[in-house]
Design a protein. Structure first.
Lengths: 112, 370
């Protein structure tokens, strides 16, 4: 499991790659939250390389969104494959963090 | 380190205190597969034996294991595997042990279906393991004590199979007849693993007892979920949320009213028809919701079976490296594919999953409506 960060100009990018299961969360959570929570720009989470997300991964995203939301900071997700999309929509996470089909749509959502 | 821990296939008999140590670290046997995976046991100075029956120190209920299969011994600072003339052999890193063989640190010993790694651990690590295991087993005993008994015969038959993962997930379930003659059942899955998730599951189970749902009709799934969402916000429960499937069956009308929150559907198997999903889209329990919980209903024809499961049942990576989806498991629910018994589904899935090890609790509840 990997997380890496990109500078998208007026937005920040956080890319999650691999299986965000219990072990995966353990390996990326600190780096992810330390970078994403205080980021003042809107953050787009790139899920195109995410193969699987378990409940702890969902929890990591919820708590990150909540922490950012307290400061009025925006967080959106994009690019999830069908399996990950199915998990996220079943859980209802897309009602908490908007899930867009691709980066262009995500950028449009945060700049509208 | 003592006592007896067991899963369905493996029994570790109490070992003498005082493992062999290299400087400040102790030689340990780390279980790599099965439901005891992750468990580490110190290797006593006197060594230990592995076999299918006592007096072996590690007893494996596995037909591929001989009565006395092999011994693990310390010699001149090294660890040796001595095969006791077993029928199917002992293997170190895939090589058959001819008589005896060195078992280097980091290598795997295979005996029947069990894989053990020779490892080194500090006393502090072993103490932490011991405390963690004790906590997990206490939590597991508590969860098990709350589970309903299987019921054969009657208007609704109940069967289930629950196998907690090594780290103990947060699965729990219940089934009960309500005072007004309706039948209620549910399955919950708390986020995360460990004693904390299990304790949260028990707290939810207690809240779901009809007498605890003051002012809420336990036969109204949407109202029950709304009450749970008020009672268990993530922020005041260590950031844990849970998913739930909740259903209520009225034998008089044969209506099953159901609601799911963050949970995948249950599956109704009507004779002669393909499995039908029974689910509703509601957010998981523990977060503020923007709209009322939705419920749905289905009239169950006679002889309908209903399968309610946790995601640990189907979210596996199989031995071919393929990640299963729910549809793969649902295909097994078709007549003639596996069988109707939860235990047999578990056995089948255990054959599919890598090392026979599930990453999450396996909970499968089967209800049969006469």
């Amino acid at each position: 499991m990997m997380v890496d960060f990109g500078d998208g100009g007026d937005v920040a990018l956080a890319r999650l790659t691999g299986r965000l299961d219990t072990a995966g969360v353990g390996s990326v959570e600190l780096a992810f939250t330390a970078r994403v929570v205080p980021e003042p720009r809107p953050v787009l989470i790139d899920l195109t390389g995410l193969d699987f997300i378990a409940s702890l991964g969902v929890r990591m995203l919820i708590t990150t969104a909540r922490s950012r939301g307290r400061n009025g900071r925006v967080l959106v997700m994009f690019g999830a494959g069908p399996e990950v999309t199915d998990i996220l929509t079943t859980m209802g996470l897309d009602e908490i963090i908007p899930l867009l089909p691709d980066e262009a749509a995500a950028r449009a959502a945060v700049t509208d | 380190m003592g006592g007896v821990l067991r899963d369905e296939r493996t029994q570790f008999v109490a070992l003498p205190v005082g493992g062999s140590s290299t400087t400040d670290r102790t030689h340990v046997l780390a279980v790599m597969n099965g439901n005891m995976a992750g468990t580490r046991w110190p290797l006593p100075d006197s060594g230990l034996s592995i076999g299918r029956s006592p007096p072996a120190d590690i007893v494996l209920n596995d037909p591929a294991v001989s009565r006395l299969h092999c011994r693990i011994e310390r010699r001149a600072g090294q660890v040796m595997v001595c095969d006791a003339g077993s029928t199917n052999g002992s293997f170190v890193d895939g090589r058959k042990v001819m008589g005896e063989a060195l078992w280097p640190v980091g290598s795997l010993l295979q005996v029947g279906g069990l894989a053990l790694q020779h490892d080194l651990a500090s006393d502090a690590q072993l103490r932490r393991d011991d405390e963690r295991l004790r906590d997990l087993y206490t939590a597991l005993a508590y969860v098990r004590a709350q589970l309903p008994l299987p019921q054969a015969g009657g208007a609704v038959e109940i069967d289930w199979h629950y196998v907690p993962s090594t780290e103990l997930g947060g699965d729990a379930f219940g089934a009960a007849w309500l005072p007004d003659g309706r039948f209620c059942c549910y399955l919950i899955d708390v986020s995360g693993h460990g004693a904390g998730a299990a304790m949260h599951a028990v707290a939810v189970m207690n809240a779901l007892r009809p007498q605890a749902l003051a002012g809420v009709d336990p036969g109204d799934p949407a109202a029950v979920l709304a009450r749970l969402n008020l009672l268990f916000p993530m922020e005041s429960h260590a950031d844990m949320y849970f998913t739930i499937w909740y259903g209520v069956f009225d034998p008089a009308t044969r209506r099953l009213v159901h609601a799911a929150a963050g949970h995948h559907p249950a599956w109704a198997c009507v004779p002669g028809q393909a499995p039908q999903p029974l689910g509703t889209r509601n957010r998981m329990i523990g977060t503020p919701i923007a709209r009322p919980f939705a419920a749905a209903e289905m009239v169950l024809p006679p002889a309908t079976s209903l399968f309610v499961m946790s995601d640990g049942v189907f979210e596996i990576v199989d031995t071919a490296g393929r990640a299963w989806q729910m549809a793969d498991f649902v295909a097994l629910l078709r007549p003639g594919s596996v069988s109707g018994l939860p235990r047999q589904y578990h056995e089948y899935m255990q054959q599919q999953v890598v090392h026979g090890r599930f990453d999450d609790d396996f909970t499968l509840l089967a209800l049969h409506f006469a």
